[in-house]
Write a new protein. Sequence first.
Lengths: 156, 33
Amino acid sequence: MFGVVIDSPEQNAAMIDKLELPFPILSDPDRSAAIEPYGAADPKDQRNIAKPTVVVVGTDGSELFRMESRDFADRLPEEELVEALQAMDLPPTSQEPPVTGPAEPGPKAMPREALVPYYRGARFAAVALGNRHPQAKEDADRYVAQMDRYVGALKA
Amino acid sequence: MHDFTITDQNAEDWTLSDHLDAPAVLVFLRGDW
C-alpha cells in the first residue's frame, strides 16, 4: 500500500510519524505524475488537492480495482475497501514499515491530541445539519459514521 | 499502465514499476495538511 498526496516529503514524514502509518506516502505536488493520470484529481476543487481514491494495480500493470470518493470530505469506508480487496483473493504479501526522514508538519497540520476534539466537533456539526436538512440526512449520517471510525481508531 | 516516478517521505525517487512484484494499492489522499 502506498499513499499519494500533493504534500512535500517532509510533511509526509511528519504525517507518518504522527499517525504511525504502516505504509509510505509519496509526493506528487503538482498532481501531474500520478494524481491526474490515475483520475484522482478533483476538477471542481480549486485547491489542487486530490480526491480520495484507491486504485489497485496488478503485477502486469492492469487496473484491478478502483474506488473513488465524491469529493475531498468523502472518505472511503475502510470496511468496504478491505472487503473488496479480500474478495479479489490477491496473494498474501508483506510490507516493511516506512522509514521517515526529516519531518516538518505542514502549516495546517493538527497535533495528534487535537484530532479527537476536532472530529467530535465535525460530528456534532454533521448531526445538526442532517437534522436541519432532511435531504442531506443520508450524507450527514455517513459523515457521522466516518468521524466515529476516526475517533475509534485514535483511541485504539 | 501509467508508470510514474515521484518522491517518498525521504525525498528519494519511487517508481511504480519497481513495486509490482505484488499488486500495488495506491491510496490517493486529499493532502494539503
